[in-house]
Write a protein that binds this ligand. Structure first.
Ligand code: SAH
Ligand code: SF4
Ligand code: F3S
Length: 480
């Protein structure tokens, strides 16, 4: 959480990109806090301004440069700027030439020695770099500050060795390094003891994790062990790589309700020709075998994916194969991206031969098809009860918003009344983000389910709830 500006050292951090970056920012914040810095919410109030950047597509990478030029005037007030993360690793010292007001450029492999880099920065050096590639398997920082109030991230594997032809991640994040299962379990137990009920295990390819410690747990065993920690109600993990997705993971998920019923399994393309050129390491048929494993689970599991349109050489027939795959799998969600050539990648050297107008058209076709599929499939939830973790209150809609275990967004109302000032509708039993509530689904759209607060389905002894008595609802209080 941000703390008010003090007269001492202050920092502001802005994060772009994936959850691993979000968690890296927590680690960087942890180191800064331990050195006596206070975190502020406005860039203008900070002495040190850090951008933790993403380089996955060109647009993402450009964002940081527009932020840097937007705020360069602040340098005159003595503020220092730092560029961290994937753009730092990718562009390196070239950042100083493009944005001379930057004093520190460091990639994620250098965070374990961030203290030393900050010593130099504080001593007045204005060209400090931490750009060495990962040399050791250690990627832990000494301190981590948890910014998210109810979900805690745990990185279990860093880097990537897969070298898909389009992807910059192996370059920006380095080779694959896994943590010891016992260190992971210790961290998860500490988080549970601190009151977190949801943890998310992270890795660029989280299921490529191999136990670096003597216990030699499989990834499926690790999932079960984390889910068994008292106090943890929801365990998520992302992102899974299809090549390393094995049936024991499904067995673990089927057997443990604490493991959320959601698998994110990016396919990228439905065409074997494109998959081969992308160097994904599986065919459409092999991918569909993994989907069949997941869909055969006795406990229904939601599946989401990532797709790239307009990869070099993607023909109409290749694209059609991707559309057909969507129809076949029935994903509950899909992130669809236009191919963007990246430096240091194999495909980055190939002609980017699909015109942007065609990429846009393909993107829109896929998005439309996926929305239709979701709108139809989500109807199955109407009339059913789901446990939702409350995330926020949407004032405009007079609704609470949360997520089901399957990661579906659920908006809901309950027994509303005005608060004492007569201004804000509140539930007669106040909800707080991080709590769990049961919701009966009444309507479904493509992107969310909508319902009403209700009793838990196993609360059979409870009488049906007459209007105005929602305070009687069983509500698991979050321990934080
Ligand atoms: N490790 C994960 C993905 C991590 S990157 C996996 O292999 O599935 C997140 C997503 O960004 C990818 O799934 C891909 O869909 C997208 N992506 C990566 N490089 C891209 C590029 N050059 N252009 C467009 N999208 C890209
Ligand atoms: Fe990138 Fe491929 Fe590694 Fe995923 S598996 S991070 S897409 S190189
Ligand atoms: Fe972006 Fe780096 Fe994550 S490129 S998606 S921040 S690993």
């Amino acid at each position: 959480m941000a703390t008010p500006a003090t007269s001492g050292k202050t920092f502001f951090i802005e994060t772009f990109g994936c959850q691993m970056n979000v968690h890296d920012s927590e680690r960087v914040s942890g180191v800064l806090h331990a050195r006596g810095y206070a975190q502020v919410e406005r860039m203008e109030d900070a002495g040190l301004i850090l951008f933790n950047t993403c380089s996955i597509r060109d647009k993402a990478a450009q964002k940081v440069f527009s932020r840097l030029s937007q705020f360069k005037a602040l340098r005159k007030q003595g503020k220092q700027f730092a560029v961290l993360g994937c753009v730092a690793q990718q562009a390196g010292e070239a950042i100083f030439a493009k944005a001379p007001h930057v004093s520190l450029v460091a990639g994620s492999a250098s965070y374990p020695r961030l203290g030393e880099l900050l010593d130099r920065l504080e001593a007045g050096e204005n060209r400090v770099t931490g750009l060495a590639a990962a040399e050791t398997s250690a990627f832990e920082t000494e301190f981590t500050r948890r910014d998210h109030p109810w979900r805690a991230y745990i990185t279990i594997i860093e880097g990537c060795d897969k070298h898909c032809a389009y992807c910059i991640v192996p370059y920006t994040r380095g080779f694959e390094r896994s943590r010891d299962s016992q260190a992971i379990l210790r961290e998860a137990a500490q988080l549970a003891a601190a009151g977190y009920t949801e943890v998310q295990l992270l890795g660029q390819n989280v299921n490529s994790w191999r136990d670096a410690g003597p216990a030699r747990l499989s990834f499926a065993q690790l999932l079960t062990a984390v889910a068994g920690i008292p106090g943890l109600r929801r365990v998520r993990y992302t992102t899974s790589h299809p090549r390393d997705f094995t049936s024991d993971i499904v067995t673990a998920m089927a057997g443990h309700p604490g493991l959320c019923d959601h698998v994110h399994l990016p396919v990228q393309s439905g065409s074997n020709q494109v998959l081969a050129r992308m160097r994904r390491g599986y065919t459409r048929e092999q991918y569909l075998e993994k989907i069949a494993l997941i869909q055969a689970s006795p406990r229904p599991l939601a599946i989401t994916t990532d797709l790239i349109v307009g990869f070099p050489g993607e023909t109409d027939a290749d694209f059609e194969a991707t559309v057909e795959l969507l129809e076949q799998v029935h994903y509950s969600g899909a992130f669809i991206f236009k191919y963007s050539p990246r430096p240091h990648t194999e495909a980055g050297a190939w002609p980017d031969d699909i015109p942007d107008s065609v990429k846009t058209e393909r993107l829109m076709i896929l998005q439309r098809r996926q929305q239709e599929i979701q709108a139809r499939d989500n109807q199955d939830w109407v009339g059913r009860r789901l446990e939702v973790m409350v995330e926020s209150y949407l004032e405009k809609l007079n609704q609470w918003q949360g997520r089901a275990s399957s990661h579906r967004i659920v908006n809901f109302t309950g027994d509303l009344r005005l608060d004492s000032s007569g201004a804000l509708p509140v539930f007669s039993r106040p909800l707080r983000p991080g709590q769990y509530a049961w919701v009966e689904i009444e309507r479904a759209g493509a992107n969310s389910l909508v319902g009403r607060l209700c009793a838990a389905p196993d609360a059979a002894a409870l009488p049906s709830i007459p209007p105005g008595t929602a305070a009687a609802l069983p509500m698991a209080a979050s321990s934080r």
